[in-house]
Ligand binder design. Structure first.
Ligand SMILES: Cc1cc2nc3c(=O)[nH]c(=O)nc-3n(C[C@H](O)[C@H](O)[C@H](O)COP(=O)(O)OP(=O)(O)OC[C@H]3O[C@@H](n4cnc5c(N)ncnc54)[C@H](O)[C@@H]3O)c2cc1C
Length: 480
């Protein structure tokens, strides 16, 4: 017989994905260990964009509000070509209290998450690397190696693989990471821009020979991302500020001087995702499970939201309130969201990069017309903000996003399902499912059941509680 698990959950990797997992699990009272092979947190700015949906979800978990004063808000993404402004994507249209992109260095986001986790009694174990994982029926066996060379074998009921794009756990379990590397070369840099470039919008300059995008970080500093048609892969070092100035001058019409660069890098876009996010006792999330173009500032957000989806389910299964099959809905709900986002970033990248004269001409003519339409504006803004992601059509339930307007999420029970109702029949059901369901008064007439991650589980009319009972019986365990 196998020895029992020693810990409920081991989180591998303390990037934004793993930190969010530890944040949620520790808040929900699940004993958790989180390890990272790096001796210290990365000081690099990396992902800058914190999207509206991430802020909605983190705010009620004690992190989002601290992020706001540290970041810079961009309320639009403006497209320029041929020396003029084509159109803006108006992010302020988003139906969210956070109707902008918050530009905040990933190192700061990670610092705030780690500080919050410490307040909840968990410390990241640094200099601890996972070298192998073996999945068994009722637990996973994980080999940890400390930077001093000592080895430890840990039995965890569940493992969260948040160990980044080169995931050791993915490789150790022999899982594929299918997809492709896109052909274009890019440069990224953080630098100062002297010139008339707006500080409250993302500015994207399109040309026949590539694009350059400037993300405002505040106080005149920008993250620059540009196609680099000159690069011969592997033959040039880190891009210099002079090289980036050259790329800027080629594509942008607003005169500007670029200087005081503190970081730059070259990269190619990989567009890949796993076919399933679960392998037995191991769940994959963040860059370990999906990578794509950084153009829309989506990557880090996707990983954080993976964990917001998974952790409440894990907590409820571990304390016996939910049936283990609820955990399968993590992969079935997140994969369609991931696929859609990868498609969105690939299409965007292809349109921005096309050197075809015809495509460029169409781009210049079509963009202002398309973005002049309300429907397209609203769709584009909520795609950016990840507000349009939902779990509709899944097995679990309705799956619509419940917006966090006017602090609605403050009313949610983040550790159970919340039933908004004044209906007697629905309140009777809630009493029988005490611990699984919390109730909140609502004079709307019927009933609304909302998940801890802010998505709709089910809704119904007053007196008709069949859908409510069906959902609870299907996925949860009635208290005795
Ligand atoms: C230069 C650069 C610029 C970027 N810019 C953007 C951007 O502008 N917008 C955007 O959305 N995204 C950007 N990204 C991507 C973004 O940083 C990632 O999407 C995000 O970091 C993913 O978070 P994660 O926690 O899933 O993985 P990671 O941040 O990669 O964290 C994984 C962690 O796991 C640890 N680890 C790895 N293997 C092991 C092991 N075997 N044992 C223990 N620990 C392990 C690592 O040390 C690391 O701390 C950028 C990335 C880079 C490198």
């Amino acid at each position: 017989m196998n020895a029992p698990a020693e810990i409920p959950v081991l989180v591998v990797g303390a990037g934004p994905t793993g930190l969010t997992a530890a944040l949620e699990l520790s808040r929900l009272g699940v004993p958790v260990r989180i390890v990272d092979r790096a001796a210290a947190a990365s000081p690099e700015s990396r992902a800058l964009a914190v999207q509206a949906r991430t802020l909605e979800l983190l705010r009620v978990r004690g992190v989002g509000t601290e992020m706001l004063p540290l970041g810079n808000k961009a309320g639009a993404a403006a497209l320029y070509a041929g020396g003029r402004k084509l159109a803006p994507i108006e992010l302020h249209r988003m139906a969210s209290d956070f109707n902008y992109i918050l530009m905040l260095a990933q190192s700061e986001t990670e610092r705030l998450l780690a500080e919050r986790i410490e307040c909840q009694g968990v410390k990241v174990e640094r200099g601890v690397e996972v070298t192998a994982v073996r999945g068994l029926a009722d637990h996973a066996e994980v080999t940890l190696r400390s930077s001093g060379g000592s080895e430890e074998s840990v039995r965890a009921a569940y493992v969260i693989a948040a160990d980044g794009p080169h995931s050791t756990l993915r490789k150790s379990l022999g899982l594929q990471f299918p997809g492709r590397t896109l052909p274009h070369n890019y440069v990224l840099a953080d630098l100062h821009v002297d010139g008339d470039i707006a500080q409250d919008q993302v500015s994207i300059f399109l040309a026949r020979n590539g694009f350059i995008a400037l993300f405002p970080m505040g106080e005149g500093r920008f993250r620059v991302m540009a196609t680099d048609p000159d690069e011969v892969a592997g033959q040039m070092g880190e891009p210099t500020v002079e090289h980036i100035q050259l790329l800027y001058d080629r594509v942008a019409h607003i005169p500007a001087r670029l200087h005081s660069m503190n970081w730059s890098s070259r990269f190619r876009i990989n567009s890949r995702h796993m076919k399933t996010l679960r392998s037995g006792r191991v769940f994959f999330g963040g860059d370990a499970a999906h990578v794509h173009s950084p153009a829309g500032g989506q990557g880090m957000n996707l990983g954080i939201q993976d964990m917001i989806n998974l952790t409440w389910k894990l907590a409820m299964v571990l304390d016996g309130r939910a049936k283990p099959e609820l955990l399968d809905t993590y992969s079935s709900e997140r994969l369609p969201v991931i696929r859609k986002l990868i498609r969105f970033t690939e299409i965007g990248t292809r349109i921005f990069n096309s050197t075809n004269v015809l495509v460029h001409a169409i781009r210049i003519r079509i963009a202002p017309k398309a973005l002049g339409r309300n429907r397209i504006q609203n769709t584009a803004a909520s795609m950016f903000g990840q507000l349009s992601a939902d779990y509709r059509g899944g097995e679990f339930g309705a799956g619509d996003r419940v917006p966090d307007v006017d602090g609605l999420y403050d009313a949610l029970d983040l550790s159970a399902l919340t039933l908004f109702t004044d209906d007697g029949a629905a309140l009777d059901v809630a009493r029988r499912w005490d611990g699984v369901v919390s109730t909140r008064a609502d004079r709307g007439g019927g009933w609304l059941l909302v998940r801890p991650d802010g998505y709709l589980a089910a809704a119904g009319d007053a007196g008709d509680v069949r859908a409510l009972e069906r959902l609870l019986e299907r996925w949860f365990v009635a208290p005795v």
